[in-house]
Design a protein. Sequence first.
Length: 256
Amino acid sequence: MSANRIKGEPGFVLHWRPYSESSLLLDLYSRSYGRITAIAKGARGRKSPYRGTIRPFALITLGWSGKGDVKTLTQCEWAGPGVALRGPGLFCGYYVNELLIKFLHRYDPHERLFDRYLQCVHQLLEDDEQQTALRCFEKVLLEEIGYGLQLERDQTSGESVDPDCRYRYRPGLGAFIDGNGERAGIPVHGDSLIALRLETGFDERGQREIKHLHRMIFKDLLEGRSLVSRSIYSQLYPSDRTPSGRSADSPRREHH
């Protein structure tokens, strides 16, 4: 639990919703204190000092006070230029924010993940970087919450993952050679696992395989809960969906 009064803390606004007649209830993500829930009193009023600063994807300087789980916002100031995400990049950003809200406990700091989030937000400005940004952010998130992938060793032989081999990845166990008729796990090639470990060198197939692998892992962790951002994206970009409901292979739009 954080101290009663904090100021000057770098952070982001992940989500907000109306609270009472004039206030907002905020989900905040701070570097040193993790995810915070706070009330911005009077933030909906025309003369509020918070007007214009409560927006997603902009690094801000935060302050709050209070002893309970829900804090009172006392500071919210620009700490740098905002990131103007648009189109698919905007919904990728909402997806990343939703992952943080779903999987991070309040007041549990993850400084490495915070730094990766800041990097990811800027990468989402570039169409050709969006997929890699999402896959690498997901990887770090899984590591930070205790579900990191085993990307270095073939669990069948103990040898290093072979880029030319096809594996079946079993969440919680690792990659096993695919070739003995075993259907357990998620099919993925060795070069895809290596690209994820190194965070570079993804080809189109690798992007598709790692996205499917992460999606299956998050599906299990969510235990039936859905991701709103993914549903909205599918509605706004229906051409990115095949009749079976699975994303098409095009690398331009295959984000979530």
